[in-house]
Design a protein around this ligand. Sequence first.
Ligand SMILES: Nc1ncnc2c1ncn2[C@@H]1O[C@H](COP(=O)(O)OP(=O)(O)OP(=O)(O)O)[C@@H](O)[C@H]1O
Ligand SMILES: [K+]
Ligand SMILES: [Mg+2]
Length: 724
Amino acid sequence: MSAPVQVRPAPPAAAPPDEPGRARRIGAGMLDPTQLWRALPQALRKLNPVALVRNPVMFVTEIGAALTTGIAITDPSGFGWLITAWLWLTVIFANLAEAVAESRGKAQADSLRRTRQQTTARRLAGWEPGAAPDAYVEESVAAGELRRGDIVVVPAGELIPGDGDVIEGAASVDESAITGESAPVIRESGGDRSAVTGGTRVLSDRLVVRVTQEPGESFLDRMISLVEGAGRQKTPNELALNLLLVMLTFVFLVAVVTLQPMAIFSKEAMGAAHDTAALTADGVTGIVLVSLLVCLIPTTIGALLSAIGIAGMDRLVQRNVLAMSGRAVEAAGDVNTLLLDKTGTITYGNRRASAFLPVGSVTADRLAQAALLSSLADETPEGRSIVEYANTAHHSVVEETRDAKGAEWVPFSATTRMSGVDLPSGRRLRKGAASAVAQWVREQGGEVPEALDAAVDQVSASGGTPLAVAELTPGGSADMLGVVHLKDVVKPGLRERFDELRTMGIRTVMITGDNPVTAKAIADEAGVDDFLAEATPEDKLALIKKEQEGGKLVAMTGDGTNDAPALAQADVGVAMNTGTSAAKEAGNMVDLDSDPTKIIEIVEIGKQLLITRGALTTFSIANDIAKYFAILPAMFAAVYPGLGRLNIMDLHSPLSAILSAVIFNALVIVALIPLALRGVRYRPSSASALLTRNLWIYGLGGVVVPFLAIKFIDFALVQFLPGV
Ligand SMILES: Nc1ncnc2c1ncn2[C@@H]1O[C@H](COP(=O)(O)OP(=O)(O)OP(=O)(O)O)[C@@H](O)[C@H]1O
Ligand SMILES: [K+]
Ligand SMILES: [Mg+2]
């Protein structure tokens, strides 16, 4: 994509009827016959051999059609022209399948494009965190010119000019242009909800954003090229299947070429048996051989393969999931283990301070003041919530925070699990995971009172996150002060969904940086199979690698910067749209609804894709059998009368038999387009049960249906074309 994102202020009125989120939700899976008609011009354009060569089966069919066209021109016969017409139709039907699959994405891309409007951005030159208003200048630039690293300010009512991370402020943002969800979401600096998307609108307050995209590479741009299927790569599975189809085509080509001398012989015989002008024409041999070839090669799956893949991606988009690679969608179909990050994925992620629990002789005020001081510069939601809570619950301590001037802040990191401040007075404050802070206290020569464990356990047992707070006084004594209780809420309805995953044979594991007691409380409440506590980003990554070593496919959902390495390593990495840009960059899917249980639908769509491809391949190969029974006796019965017994369909004549087979071969493609686009229905059950069921339906069906259909076409042909 080269077009830069250009954003123009649009009336902030209610969403127009063609608002993209809605457009993306309608018509999921249904095939409207007019879609076929509208895709026809595109299907005809795809006849270009340069494009078609990517699809070897159809390319061979097109060459066959061209050959018979030549024969029909130089040696005209009604039979020749009929076969020629149906061969071209075969190729057009195949192109139609792909064109229809693509057209759905195009409509979505168009409506997304409409949300790319032009606007001017307010870029801040010389801005630094906490800068006074006179320390920097605000300049107007076209949004399309913004580069990575630029700082912009977005006041309430304006569109965010590009993708980025909030570095100052918190605001409610209307993201409906991207997600189709009208409820505003909170975006704030620090923590895991700091990413904003260009084209969304700030509703309240004001955000300072550091741009993380280069021109033309925005999320919206990527979304558009994705739903359009532009530059779609074949997946490894598709490549393998394609290779198989090429080999089959080659084998049948060789077979038909070797048959040629005998067929010439048989033409004489056919001419003798049916004394019509068409039969005695010299071109018949060539036309019959091409017909045989096209009926033998796996045209059905060759025609539908690409549409099946595109439709699978499309089904994800309908559910507000953007898959950056088709390979990930396929991997989703085979996932064994699902890892979920706790905070922000299983829980809502807005952990808020709700109590101060001092230990020993420490007063509540001393603890509150230390917690407040150590959080003044902590831009994480946890840090800000402590400042807020201390301000409302412990007014008295606020005055005493003046000595924070000249302080050195220690920012939170997922590795140290601590944050804090070193004050000029020599006072040092730390808050964080109890184990980390306890170790810090010991390193400073202090002791950790037993009462701490009780406070920590009390918070943890309720599923809350305990943050221990400690102080190193200027006098050099290291004191453990107590615990801050951070509350978070488990998203509802997870248990049922995890049960569903279990029946699909998928194990769910929650991973969290939190302590084991909190982890267990939340794991029990959410109903996951297992959990890993006190996990650093490296631990998350190691766990995934370990699972993968056994040949298992691992899916991971997460939202935080600390999840990014794991998201990148997982076979299916689903980033929450509410998450950080690092997480979104690392994963190979983004869930616009930020719903951790969306993985269930992703798995179902992946399985459905694999099953659909398998079923139609089975059907394609099985349905060729009837065509052998139609064509081979027709070609050779006169030479080898024994072969006449193969004409079990009792087809009218050799020519009507061949014509019927070719017509069926073309029509079956159109008949299966809806199934290819909608996908074979998937119900959670074991893999072997599914396989057996599909072999019965599509294998047996593939054998039986064509016998009936070819017989019927033959019957109809004789009614309308008594000459054949
Ligand atoms: N702002 C903060 N200051 C100090 N310590 C913090 C802060 N935020 C979190 N912690 C502590 O660090 C631990 C690890 O945090 P981290 O973000 O890595 O994991 P998490 O958010 O608890 O879990 P998850 O991996 O599910 O997101 C937390 O459990 C908490 O004890
Ligand atoms: K075929
Ligand atoms: Mg986290």
